[in-house]
Ligand binder design. Sequence first.
Ligand code: 5GP
Ligand code: ZN
Length: 110
Amino acid sequence: MDCLFCKIVAGEIPSKKVYEDDRVLAFYDIAPAAPVHVLFIPKVHLAGVRDVTADNAAVVAHIFSVIPQVAAQLGVTDYRIVSNNGPEAGQTVQHLHFHLLAGRPLGGMA
Ligand code: 5GP
Ligand code: ZN
């Protein structure tokens, strides 16, 4: 499948990893929008939030258990988690991902 983040999972495209286990990978965003900008992705290909179902939601729960661990590891206590779903929402990579943004005042929502 021609998916950028699947290629990152496969190691075909390098990334600066901050966390990895059998189901999730976290790595620094290539174009950081904040001093700390990390992407959390499931290793399984899901196109976005729209692909999450009762059958596969456990990986999302797992990602959300990893996020506070990684935030603590990075020394941030205040952060924003964002997942863009669909072009109008600004999704540019069609593989489910959660942005962790931190390190500056983030202002109001969106
Ligand atoms: P989206 O726009 O889909 O919500 O988020 C995709 C994110 O992936 C963007 O913030 C973009 O900077 C990041 N990104 C795109 N290509 C690469 C890449 O090759 N490596 C890394 N580490 N991040 C990427
Ligand atoms: Zn993918």
